[in-house]
Design a protein around this ligand. Structure first.
Ligand SMILES: Nc1nc2c(c(=O)[nH]1)N[C@H]1C(S)=C(S)[C@@H](COP(=O)(O)O)O[C@H]1N2
Ligand SMILES: [Mo]
Length: 525
């Protein structure tokens, strides 16, 4: 114990700390300088995005299952820990062999620069902040480590060293901590300053606020009364924008100036089409309610949301471009390099597949794809709902692969029938007697015609369905349960508009969506 304590006060541990401070300086200087470059290209975001791109699908799945929509926060914490450990090692290496330390730091700098410049929509000049950061980190490491060399192991100062001598361990150590502390504080201020300057330089949020959406030429079908389950605690039928789930690979939300936005429609088409945002504002827009669902949603999960979308039917755009024979897919790509493969047929079969600019009467929120995203009823988001979309390539499934398909997920993704118990929650305790049970079910484009509950080993009973707004939206339900004391299992299943009962077969989200009946355990007291 004493030994460990002494080691912690010794030069090796201090060198490790110097490494961490130097790493903080690298990131902070790059963050500050980065405020004047592409916002998504500072080392923290670039490294994180690169990491996400190389994430195997089981790990993505695990992250979403474990951290839900906090998966990004978890990534940053994990990244921070990894960087800290590497920095400790580099600090010690630099203390032992300075030249080797320099090589190590330059190598890390090269890794950062590579990950920055290989991001989509990023130029070579965006490497400058990372280069500056790396150089600053080297200087700080040099300055912090040099005085450690004269330092002898704690607690003895070398006998022949006088109290005021800089090599006196106590004095050196105090100086080291002062220098390290001040540098770390300066790094904190630089990083915060960088973020603030970056935010102030961005006018995208203000432009979005000021945007007036045009009226639709075809309004959304009227939502009948009674779509909402009467059971308190069931999520709202229409999901407010602020509560809408968010899933994407973007660590920092792409900031697109609507005036600069352009969509290129090309590939296997007779005529290449280009659309500006103004073209969209001037076009015949339609409005409709569509429930989006994420393929990563586990049985009973809440990665689904229902909104009223305003946009231009993609079939109208395709009509102008005139796809050639043999084409069977549209590969949509976002400004940050995500892509989705949507069957051409789905985009032309009359469903409300749109280039959306409005969500629940507002311009798209930045994190939901401002200024333009795709919304396609009936398909999971990973093969259809491209946010910040800038490119549509008419192609063939045989010729091109989308982002998640390259990572082990399916190339197609029709939404599977799913039913969920929202109230009571799993493992809830309720009072014996009449218990209100409620939930949500979906089978977009097929619709929900029946939801059944099975309590313990009793027969399946049909629940009360709330009103149906459209085949593209989810449908809620309710049931009054006569609950007797004891533990109970409530199982739920839905039947879709084709008469098919939701499969009992359990499947993981990978590769094309989870299936199976949700079962919740409720204790009745
Ligand atoms: N640009 C971009 N668009 C994207 C994604 C992404 O990672 N990047 N993820 C898709 C996935 S997997 C889903 S489920 C939906 C989620 O849309 P939301 O965040 O608006 O709910 O967006 C889709 N569009
Ligand atoms: Mo998704």
């Amino acid at each position: 114990m004493k030994k460990l304590l002494n080691w912690l006060k010794g030069p090796t541990a201090l060198a490790a700390l110097a490494g961490v401070v130097a790493a903080a300086v690298v990131l902070a200087v790059a963050e500050l300088a980065g405020a004047f470059f592409t916002a998504r290209a500072t080392p923290v975001f670039a490294l994180g995005s690169t990491f996400i791109d190389f994430t195997p699908s089981w790990m993505k799945d695990f992250a979403i299952a474990t951290f839900g929509t906090n998966d990004k926060a978890a990534l940053f914490v994990g990244m921070g820990l990894t960087i800290a450990v590497l920095a400790c090692v580099l600090g010690v290496v630099a203390y032992r062999r300075w030249a080797l330390g320099v090589l190590g730091v330059l190598f890390m700098g090269a890794v950062i620069v590579t990950s920055v410049v290989t991001r989509a929509g990023v130029g070579l000049a965006d490497a400058i902040p990372s280069v500056l950061g790396t150089l600053a980190g080297l200087l700080v490491l040099r300055a912090l480590i040099a005085p450690l060399r004269g330092l002898k192991a704690w607690p003895e100062a070398p006998a022949n060293v006088a109290d005021g001598d800089p090599r006196h361990s106590g004095a050196s150590r105090r100086r080291f901590f002062a220098a390290a502390g001040i540098t770390a504080a300066a790094a904190g201020i630089a990083a915060t300053g960088g973020r603030l300057v970056g935010a102030a330089r961005s006018n995208i949020a203000k432009a979005r606020e000021a945007l007036q959406l045009p009226a639709a030429v075809q309004a959304a079908a009227t939502v009948p009364a009674g779509v909402q389950s009467p059971v308190a605690g069931v999520p709202p039928w229409l999901t407010p924008n602020g509560e809408f789930y968010r899933i994407d690979t973007a660590l920092s939300v792409p900031e697109i100036n609507a005036d600069d936005w352009e969509l290129r429609v090309h590939g296997l088409v007779e005529e290449e089409v280009r659309l500006t945002f103004q073209d969209l504002l001037d076009a015949d827009l339609i409005e409709s309610h569509v429930t989006l669902t994420c393929v990563s949603n586990p049985v009973g999960g809440n990665l689904a949301g229902n909104a009223k979308w305003l946009g231009l039917p993609i079939r109208d755009v395709l009509k102008r471009a005139r796809p050639k024979d043999g084409a069977d897919m549209v590969l949509s790509t976002s400004i940050d390099g995500f892509s989705a493969s949507t069957p051409l047929e789905v985009l032309q079969d009359g469903r409300d597949a749109i280039l959306a600019i409005g969500m629940n009467g507002e311009p798209l929120p930045l994190e939901h794809g401002y200024p333009v995203r795709m919304v396609v009823p009936g398909l999971y988001g990973f093969v259809s709902a491209t946010k910040w979309v800038v490119d549509l390539e008419v192609t063939r499934f045989a010729d091109s692969k989308a982002y998640w398909t390259e990572r082990g997920w399916s190339e197609r993704g029709p939404i599977k029938t799913m039913a969920r118990v929202d109230v009571p929650k799993s493992f809830a305790k309720v009072r014996a007697g009449k218990v209100a049970v409620g939930g949500t079910a979906w089978a977009q484009t097929r619709g929900i015609t029946k939801v059944e509950l099975k309590i313990d080993n009793e027969d399946w009973v049909e629940v009360d369905l709330s009103a149906e707004a459209s085949l593209a939206t989810w449908r809620q339900w309710s049931y009054e349960w006569d609950a007797t004391p004891g533990p109970h299992y409530l199982k739920v299943r839905a039947t879709d508009g084709t008469g098919e009962v939701q499969t009992e077969q359990r499947a993981d989200p990978v590769p094309d969506g989870a299936s199976g009946w949700q079962s919740v355990m409720v204790t009745v007291e």
